[in-house]
Write a new protein. Structure first.
Length: 453
């Protein structure tokens, strides 16, 4: 079958209205990110409702560890996407394709190696986190299946990152929505009908990831002309490899440090028992949805900034950040009353345990006051990552791990906080990381983003 030319689906963000570009590019990504979180939400809701709060705690106890493994693989892939977007902004079509192939080598190689190592280290890591014995077996089953599925996560993230670098945020969405529906059906089939427990929930997620990744990549090859490669494009390019690694490795370290910091927080949460773990899992799943508009803005801004920085249009980079900051602020203010007044009903979606619901609702009362700082992190990260500020990735990750290693322990030791110090530490981490990110942007703007550069 002949390749269908849909080059028009790509978006050149170096010309035209920045607000229009950011909104049109961000909306499909927002829908896609929300559906991606549905993977975790469906697991949590079905596991919590049909197996119990103990099983929900088992799934939740693996969240930060899974994030670590995914971060190690996907950071370099994101670096490849940034380099690709910069070549796209310059109109360098040959190097666009060279970057796409070399990113694939890095991304799939890392996913195989890390997935294999992680599978065998799963139990020692869960022991290190002092996962309660009552949920250890289920946590291990869920974590090891996620390690097996790491290559499928890389498959989808590779296809989506390359397409988004070219300005196409719609194609990844279509296959993600489809796979999410598959995931929901398989979850119900494996958990409710076949009584496969946590194993069934994990298996449903892995299969769904395989479907979304394979279909998205196949469709890209069949329809998008940038996925047409010559023999020369498959040649290993040291210069592109170095560019990708220079940006991607700090991104991997950034996300990995954040993941490790989340593991440190999970370790503190585990000390308070299964009820606290279940409540923390529920609030974390809810906050993952809150993250999505911010993450979407950050990813959209990263592509926008990468293309315009590559085209030497620094004024548009600065304007893009200002527009995104305004959108982020409005969303933060809108979500504050939602969490303040509807938190109990939202948490009850996940579990029926009254104690867990009460604890989760009170936790949302605390963290929702800090949403604007969370948004600041993503918006600034989007700009600085897009223009290739590798140092920021280390600063951001270092700030988060320092806060999460120290603040939860300190806050939970304060008598008036106790258990609630867990969620106060989450908010304080967002605040300090957001302020640090903004200060880095102010410095970088003076030295690298003057409009005459």
């Amino acid at each position: 079958m002949a390749k269908i030319n849909i080059k028009s689906k790509t978006i050149n963000m170096t010309v035209g209205n920045p607000t229009g570009h950011l909104v049109r590019f961000a909306l499909p990504m927002l829908i896609g990110n929300i559906f991606q979180q549905v993977y975790n939400l469906v697991d949590s809701i079905i596991v919590g409702r049909y197996i119990g709060s103990s099983a929900l705690a088992a799934v939740g106890a693996t969240g930060s560890v899974c994030f670590l493994f995914f971060a190690l693989c996907n950071g370099v892939g994101n670096g490849g996407g940034i380099v690709t977007s910069q070549y796209f902004g310059r109109g360098d079509e040959g190097n666009i394709r060279n970057c796409m192939t070399n990113t694939a080598y890095i991304m799939f190689g890392m996913s195989l190696v890390i997935g294999t190592i992680a599978f065998f280290l799963a139990r020692p890591i869960l022991n290190l986190l002092e996962t309660p014995a009552s949920i250890m077996d289920n946590s291990l089953i869920y974590l090891q299946l996620q390690c097996i599925g790491l290559i499928f996560v890389a498959l989808y993230n590779y296809a989506s990152s390359m397409l988004r670098a070219l300005g196409d945020s719609k194609t990844p969405l279509y296959f993600l929505v489809f796979s999410c529906l598959v995931n929901t059906g398989l979850d119900l089939l494996f958990v409710r009908t076949f009584n496969l427990g946590v194993f069934g929930a994990a298996l449903a997620t892995v299969i769904s990831q395989l479907i979304s990744g394979a279909l998205c990549l196949i469709f890209a090859f069949r329809t998008n002309e940038y996925f047409t490669f010559t023999k020369e494009n498959f040649r290993f390019r040291k210069d592109i490899f170095v560019q990708t690694v220079r940006i991607g490795v700090p991104l991997s370290m950034q996300f990995s440090l954040i993941a490790i910091s989340c593991m440190a927080l999970q370790r503190v949460v585990n000390d308070f028992g299964p009820v606290a773990i279940a409540a923390f899992t529920a609030t974390s799943r809810i906050e993952q949805l809150i993250h999505q508009p911010y993450q979407t803005l950050g990813s959209s801004l990263s592509t926008f900034s990468g293309q315009n920085y590559g085209a030497r249009k620094n004024d548009r980079v600065i304007k893009g950040l200002k527009i995104s900051a305004l959108i982020m602020t409005v969303f933060s203010l809108l979500m504050l009353p939602v969490m303040q007044y509807l938190g109990k009903g939202i948490v009850s979606i996940f579990v029926e345990d009254a104690e867990v619901i009460e604890m989760g609702a009170r936790a949302l009362l605390i963290t929702s006051w800090f949403y604007i700082f969370l948004g600041m992190i993503y918006v600034v990260r989007g700009v600085l990552n897009g223009i290739g500020d590798a140092v920021f990735a280390i600063i951001n990750g270092g700030c988060e791990i320092l806060c999460r290693l120290t603040l939860p322990i300190f806050f939970t030791m304060i008598p008036v906080m106790g258990l609630w110090g867990i969620w106060w530490s989450v908010g304080a981490t967002w605040m300090l990381s957001g302020i640090t990110a903004y200060l880095r942007y102010v410095w970088y703007k003076k030295s690298h983003l003057s409009v005459d550069k």
